[in-house]
Design a protein around this ligand. Sequence first.
Ligand code: ZN
Length: 430
Amino acid sequence: MKPCHPSLRSPSCPALPAEVWYHVFGFLSVEDKFSVRASCKSFRKLVDHGSLWRDWWVVLGFLRGKYNSKFWASLRRRKLHSVVVRRCRAKDWKQLAQSLPALTTLVLEHTSDARPDCLHGFPSLKRLAIRNSSTSVLLTAFTVCHPQQLTHLTLCDVTFPAITTGVFISAISQFINLTWLVCHKVGIRAMFAPMIRSILKCLPELKHLSLSTESLIVYPLASTEPLGGDGPPLSSLELRDCASDILPEDAMKLMPGLKSLALFRKLSKEGGGRTSVMWSLKTWLRALPQLSTLVVVRGPPVFTYVASIPASVTRLTLVSGFNTVDVEAVAARVPNLQHFHIDPWPHATQIPKLFPKLKSLKVRLGRIPEKAFLDLHQLQDLEILEVVGSHPHLSELAAKLRTLTKDRVQVVTSHHKRDVLSCSCVCQAY
Ligand SMILES: [Zn+2]
């Protein structure tokens, strides 16, 4: 361990080796780190150490003019790799590239005047997202410095010039090493199976695919031959804005290797009333024997598909669409469930008895009775209880639960510490 730097020996900063301070500051939240940073020069230097800002990202808006050199220097000290850029003009791009050339993740929001070469100044770019923007050019291999280096691409609510599915597929196919692709509302209309088949054919490394289905056209499958190229099969599929029977009944036969399936039903303008049409979820789940994660947000009534939930599921999210009997039926299907997110709180349901192996539980408390909350201490393996929404006595209840579990259970409020690439259009749904 290095001796304490002389500049750190001051009354406000006790003489301890820097590594000790890094360790101590590592326990602080981002907000606390900013408070400590503002207290004195020595602490500012220590807190800006790169090890304390891993996975942290910053939003840069350029509306109020340029950022100064001190600002950029502090971001470089923290080894910042991810940035969200809003309303960036040509000269701002230049400044950003000169100031933070090592960026690996860039998110563009509300950019309508970005030039095709604006990303050329970032040779280390691996993850790119464009959200809520319109652009006069289609994203192509020429848009970024090293197209084969890109592993993550998110396009959400982006208006490109008039394009066909073929042109779109040919554009994204140039990012041949993508493992993560999100296409939400990009203005193309396509048939489900041919669209996915084309994507998987040209992106052999793809593991996660998220699509908004409102622009997909229902069409019977010509073949139920599993999709895929030479690489490992797609393992995670997310479908946003699902509306009634938008997809073919045997759609999942195309992707039998899926380990994660997430479905988000579109909110209706009339206030979310359930359509009378049942989804094909029952049939889909039967075709997915390896599924370990299932997310159904505002889906069809649980009783319509519960008997098809594979026993291999260990992580489950259910947002609306169930009653007490449904939850009991779910417990019978997946008795080994380890991670459960249920919203709203299922009143009159004995969660500890039904799901005794839970390690994490996420619930919306609402007007939950104190006894039901404290009964969660019976879950012997529970480590994290994530609470959604507010409760007037939450801190009191959390303290009681911690006491009952001898501090085994950590109660956290739903913080939505989102990854910089997460779409708000999906996060807000649950
Ligand atoms: Zn999105």
